[in-house]
Design a protein around this ligand. Structure first.
Ligand code: DHK
Length: 395
């Protein structure tokens, strides 16, 4: 059974009482109980330690050597200046996920700097207490099988995780595109569980990161990143991918990018026209398929406005960026949407599917009762089981 250490630094003993508007109302004790449960669900044992003293944190890191398979580290303010913790992480060499409860990228400038980040395998921030759960899931996914990080551009966010099944190719491939309203705190670890599960079913996966809002993301850069990552599949020689059997699966705001990527083959000009790899199938999991709807309903607190604000070409903007306005995509699609979704209303998919079918697209629609937004990317959910079966049967 894998063992993970949850290590918290200065002032985190006051969780629940300290600035609850920033750090929430969960106490450290409650956090530990939650981590134990989250770990249990992943088949892992979780140890926990908190200290207000740099030296004690370093001692605990040293003790973890040879006994822990992964570390979740919220070093508190030490994050921003403790080179000693950085060096301890390098010295022990245990995969470590850096976690921050608050969105450190959107607070004081000094909090945007992390001197431990370079010694960590991943950083999760701005997701509240749940960030620890995502970090545990990421550690578990890393242990579940090998993957390679492929770079498709110079920006640190222009990367993707490539997972290839053990059996010989050629492999069908699923490109995974995460959601999060293109905001900086939501990254591709959201799709780790699905990537691991699909690989175990014999499919190769490419879990794509892209530039997000706040760091050169927005229209068209974010979409172009997805396009470049997909086109690059044609160049991955060593993995034996069947480029005629690539599907693209996107969740929420990533659903917009997936549907866009599946329809861009018919763009005559503008961003993303002329793809090298055209997806054979597109799956939208609670996709943002209609930008005008997203703007009118202020989904994701103005996310659609923020996403389109960087557009340099405004003529035909919906026609080139909003799936419902690009119809027909002329690529077979599956749309999955839960009736209890309070992030992206299911009525958006009702309208999208109706329009797509009228315009001649082949669209399957799983409109799932009693299902919410995040269940669609939970690898243990019934919604995902149905999605996976569709992929396996149709790709
Ligand atoms: C916790 C702290 O104590 C701060 O010093 C960091 C981090 C942010 C958090 O968000 O969890 O700057």
């Amino acid at each position: 059974m894998p063992r993970f250490l949850v290590l918290n630094g200065p002032n985190l003993n006051l969780l629940g009482r300290r600035e609850p508007e920033i750090y929430g109302s969960t106490t450290l004790h409650e956090l530990y109980q939650m981590c134990a449960q989250w770990g249990f669900a992943l088949g892992a044992e979780v140890d926990a330690f908190q200290s207000n003293h740099e030296g004690e944190i370093i001692d605990r890191l040293h003790e973890a050597r040879g006994t822990m398979d992964g570390i979740i580290l919220n070093a508190g303010a030490l994050t921003h200046y403790s080179y000693a913790i950085h060096d301890a992480l390098v010295a022990v060499g245990i995969p470590t996920v850096e976690v921050h409860i608050s969105n450190v990228k959107e607070r004081e400038p000094w909090r945007t700097v992390s001197v431990v980040e370079a010694a960590c395998v991943h950083t999760v921030y701005g997701r509240g207490i749940e960030g620890y759960r995502w970090a545990l899931q990421h550690l578990a996914a890393r242990l579940a099988g090998p993957f390679e990080i492929v770079r498709y551009g110079p920006d640190p966010q222009q990367v993707a995780d490539l997972r290839v099944p053990e059996a010989p190719g050629p492999h069908r491939m699923v490109v995974l595109i995460h959601g999060g309203f293109w905001k900086n705190q939501w990254t591709r670890d959201l799709m780790d569980g699905l990537a691991v599960d699909l690989r175990s079913q014999g499919l190769a996966t490419l879990n794509v990161e892209y530039r997000r809002l706040g760091s050169a993301g927005g229209w068209p850069n974010t979409a172009l990143d997805v396009a470049t990552a997909i086109d690059q599949i044609a160049e991955v020689q060593h993995a034996d991918i069947d480029v005629s059997r690539v599907s693209v699966v996107g969740h929420s705001a990533g659903g917009l990018l997936a549907l866009w990527a599946a329809g861009r083959h018919q763009l005559t000009d503008g961003p993303g026209a002329d793809p090298r790899v055209s997806p054979a199938l597109a799956v939208g999991l609670a996709p943002v398929s209609d930008m005008a709807f997203a703007q009118a309903h202020d989904l994701g607190d103005g996310a659609a406005d923020a996403f389109l604000a960087s557009a340099h070409e405004h003529t035909n903007l919906y026609r080139s960026s909003s799936p419902i306005d690009m119809l027909p995509l002329s690529t077979p699609q599956l749309i999955v949407h839960g009736s209890e979704d309070d992030a992206v209303p299911v009525s958006m998919s009702d309208g999208y599917v109706e329009a797509a079918r009228i315009l001649g697209d082949e669209v399957e629609f799983y409109r799932l009762e009693s299902t919410d937004h995040m269940e669609l990317i939970d690898p243990h959910s019934d919604a995902w089981r149905q999605t996976k079966e569709f992929l396996l049967a149709n790709l």
